[in-house]
Design a protein around this ligand. Sequence first.
Ligand code: G6P
Length: 614
Amino acid sequence: MCGIVGYVGNKPASGILLDALEKLEYRGYDSAGIAFAGRDGIKVYKTCGRIKQLREIIAEESKSDSSRDGEFTVGIGHTRWATHGRPSDNNAHPHCAHSGKVAVVHNGIIENYLELRAFLEAHGHTFSSDTDSEVVSELIDYYYSGDPVSAVRRAEMQLKGSYALGILFSDYPWQIMAIRKDGPLIVGLGKDENMIASDIPALLKHTRDIFRLGERELAILTKDGVTVMDSYGERIQHEFEHIDWDIDAAEKCGYPHFMIKEIMEQPDAIMKTIGPRIHDGKIDLGLKHISEEDLKGITSIKIVGCGSAYHVGMVEKYYMRHLLGIPVDAELASEFRYDSPIIDEHTLVIIISQSGETLDTLYGLREARKRGARVISIVNVVASSIANESEDVLYTWAGPEISVATTKAYSTQLVLIQLLSLHMAYIKGTIDEKQLSASVDELMAIPKMLSDMLKKVEPIQYLASQYFNSQDVFFIGRNMDYSLSLEASLKLKEISYIHSEAYAAGELKHGSISLIEDGTLVIALCTYRPLLEKMVSNIKEVKARGAKVIAVINHDDDETENVADHVIRLPECGTLSLPSLTIVPLQLFAYYIASLKGCDIDKPRNLAKSVTVE
Ligand code: G6P
């Protein structure tokens, strides 16, 4: 989703802003732009296309006017992911008001932009783009009569929807302003320079001291300092958080793509997620607000998320139901939030989100809290909106995930929710100390098993080489295998653009089997032993119609091996570690296929890492 950066300091702003924008490329974008503030007013460069093109345009301009480039030390930049109006030069940000006095970059959606646009047009303002964002620069301009704070605040009060904004005023070329609601915006404090950005990797080269701007807080940044005001205009002080990530965490470190780097990091990431929460064979989640007594009183569970986070819920619901003996459902956040969910103080809502900023998930969380449910979030990005608004938060501690297609975040969410399930089961008395300790040992063994699996990727590379020209790929499975199929299919389609679907194997004959023809690839997940025979029948059904079948198995089973064309064999393991092991070869399969097809793996078309719009 759109990325915002801003710089104010002594150094030339253009290189800093372009580099920072590149660090946000992973969010997905179709156009990019920068506005500088200088003594001759605001200068905007923007283009449809990649940051490389923007870099060339700015370099070209500074060649023709050698005095120019070094002169700008204040600017804001943007990567746009089109929502209102197709990708084009005009629709790219920054948007500069026609007066030339105000420039704005925006991430989010202004829901009442048509109404505001009509109002502004009636007052003589004109528009050059089809975007919702351009109303923001014109509206601020409309209210501006010399006082930028009052203009921004008055305009912001009229906006409905979500927004993170970076703002320049030509009359105040020594400062940038920022304000946000329901979208991420981080302020970074440096020496004689300060910055804003949508995400931490964009700031790391210049500062490691950051804070997240709160809802509707307004920040004014100059090279000497940062002033923050709440929505009542009161000055507030933020504690700075020191980011101690190794900068390598946000770099590829020799891997061709972030995705493969992040796949390979999974054993480590899982260890970081579970290791610190196990003490003497017992689980310590460090929940601050939801007590053991509260957890004992929980009579139903909803797991809410989007995309892969939802798929984690789909896997875990089977396990939790079995373990706790209470109703557990996985819900898509975009449905849950509008579905008048039947929940109360005895319901535990588990919100899952890597970014902690997905808008539907954030609104799902608010709906859950409004209805009185107990809420625990599983989040990767520390102090993100979802983390901040949850009753209790469990961090995955997976480190930054840059590739749009999630891998290590998914895997760490999975083990963390498993820890939570075991913890609840122990408290509720549905498992005893011995069972708890055996389960904890099983989880702790996952990193080593995964790391062994990741040393032998050649068989998966071979399968990818056989099938990368497929037009359609179907994934089938039953129970947890079905849930894992959903994730495997999503991985493949999002990065390789091959049409792929996941089916509960029993549903095949109710329609989609008509799509199977000679050579269609079907990947059958056969790890759920109680229904193995049924899966073998399903494989036979698709084979009879000409399908090629790759079976994923975790045990010696001649019948499945004989009936399938290929097998992916997992190490022997228990049911708790099985999902974590099953998904990894399928992530690799998607990765190698996309790589053979020459796809832009880390930044697949039309997709965004952090979806901050509905
Ligand atoms: C996007 C990403 C997915 C992710 C989903 C939810 O679609 O591409 O990888 O699973 O958003 O994101 P979240 O940050 O809430 O986990």
